[in-house]
Write a protein that binds this ligand. Structure first.
Ligand SMILES: [Zn+2]
Length: 475
């Protein structure tokens, strides 16, 4: 019974899913071990973030990875509601040492990495990297020995299949073993989860907990948040499963949320003021193909000090997506789209609008374009990018959407004349990529000598220098 995905229970009377309602929807396991009883605390929550990604996903440098992870906790950190310690390239031994020798107990253990449930031995595992860079698995029993009885109030497993319980013995799943061993609450995933939904779930969950909400109430608020973060297209809010020995338990003593919301407004204003003098580039993710574009834009804004990048959204004017049939493809025509959108940058207060569409794009007899305009200065304040067919090729290893966006930003900023079709090195952002080869879009790129030579005036050189920083934003 417990192996069913109960989070999907739908109530025909309310016409909604119960987990999104005021019902406290948490799970529990059968165990004779009492849960650790830790009173709610005041002061910031202590969070240990453990990152173990042994499958070659660690393409970022330590500093970048630290930034990316800390940015997920930014709101809590800014409001001084949490202290976050990071354990990168974690091994079971490092985790053990961090918990055993902590000066004060951690309230929350947040694991980012991979999990696996193996049917053949009916047991859940977390996957770590060992000292030699190989894979080291940690079964649920050993994990429980490392984690339990250390004063941890909550374990958040941002890893797949950690919510799945055993067939014979339900408590052999990763989350179940921890709960059965006495950890008061565990959040795990029952299916592979979209990264953005995992992030928005824990972000809201932690915020609600810091405000003094109970685990049950905080989980509900977090599900509601996932629901709108991904614009209601999926049912990812049901993927996190929340185990709690006592859903009414709180981690923090209640605080007035209004106080912190004012702090947030102040810091938002401060950021806005700091951005005032920058050249504003808006990224319109027209078909919402890139869910974490806001984080990418923040990063691109932070790596240089002349341009600000922000996501914009507006309803597409009627007829925006009208396409023209040409042989076997229906294309959006760049010039027509430009006519429909040319007033948008001004309306939105932007210096340039980058419109990302997921349809094939053509201009004159040039079909299947990636980037338009092909001539600098031709479109004034609007660039169009067609991601048609490309996003599926972003494997997350060598080719990432982050790098694709960084290269796009660099090209927009540098604004040079593209190479002639097929001419020059393919790893230059201005290579005329007729075949839409993904390595010339999301691989490692640098400006070629010919493109550099186009930059003669000091202001061109300045733009090139900034564009290079953007190119290197995700090395
Ligand atoms: Zn070039």
């Amino acid at each position: 019974m417990a192996r069913q995905a109960w989070e999907f229970i739908h109530d025909p009377d309310r016409k909604t899913f119960l987990a999104l309602e005021e019902v406290n929807f948490t799970r529990n396991v059968l165990t004779s071990i009492p849960a650790e009883r830790i009173p709610a605390r005041s002061g910031p929550m202590r969070i240990l973030v453990v990152v173990a990604q042994p499958l070659g996903l660690g393409a970022l440098s330590v500093e970048e990875e630290t930034d990316v992870i800390r940015s997920g906790f930014r709101r809590l950190l800014d409001a001084k509601l949490a202290d976050v310690e990071l354990l990168l390239d974690a091994t079971p031994e490092l985790l053990h040492r961090a918990l055993e020798s902590a000066s004060a107990p951690f309230d929350i253990l947040h694991f980012i990495g991979h999990g696996e449930y193996r049917e053949q031995d009916d047991c859940g595992y977390l996957i770590f990297e060992n000292a030699e860079g190989g894979v080291q698995e940690l079964d649920s029993t050993t994990l429980r020995q490392i984690v339990c009885r250390r004063g941890i109030r909550l374990v958040c497993l941002n890893a797949c299949e950690t919510g799945q319980g055993g067939r014979e013995d339900f408590n052999r799943g990763v989350a179940q073993a921890l709960i059965a061993g006495g950890v008061p609450a565990v959040v795990a995933n029952q299916y592979p989860v979209l990264d953005v939904s995992a992030t928005s779930f824990s972000r809201h969950f932690y915020w609600a907990l810091a405000m003094g909400q109970s685990i049950g109430d905080a989980a509900r608020e977090a599900r509601v948040a996932v629901n709108y973060a991904i614009s209601g297209e999926a049912i990812d809010w049901a993927v996190p499963v929340v185990f709690a020995r006592n859903p009414a338990q709180r981690i923090c003593v209640p605080r007035p949320a209004a106080e912190y919301d004012r702090t947030r407004t102040a810091s938002l204003r401060q950021r806005r003021r700091a951005m005032q003098d920058r050249i504003k580039i808006g990224m319109w993710n027209a078909h919402r193909m890139i869910p974490h574009l806001p984080e990418i834009c923040d990063h691109l804004t932070d790596v240089q000090n002349v341009y600000s990048f922000e996501t914009v959204s507006f309803p597409a004017p009627i007829g925006t997506w009208r396409r023209e049939q040409d042989e076997d493809q229906a294309y959006v025509v760049a010039e027509t789209l430009y006519e429909r959108l040319k007033n948008k940058p001004k309306e939105l207060g932007l210096d340039r609008l980058v419109c990302m569409i997921n349809f094939p794009l053509k201009s004159g007899n040039k079909k299947h374009l990636y980037y338009w305009p092909l001539e600098p200065g031709k479109s004034e304040h609007l660039s169009i990018v067609s991601t048609f067919d490309l996003l599926d090729q972003l494997t997350g290893g060598e080719f990432t959407v982050e790098r694709m966006m960084a290269h796009l930003a660099a090209a927009v900023v540098a604004d040079l004349i593209p190479h002639l079709p097929g001419v020059g090195p393919a790893d230059c952002p201005f290579f005329y990529n007729k075949d839409r080869d993904i390595s010339s879009i999301a691989g490692r790129l640098r400006f070629c000598a010919a493109c550099r030579r186009q930059c003669k005036k000091p202001e061109d050189k300045d733009r090139l220098r900034i564009a290079e920083r953007l190119l290197a934003a995700y090395p």
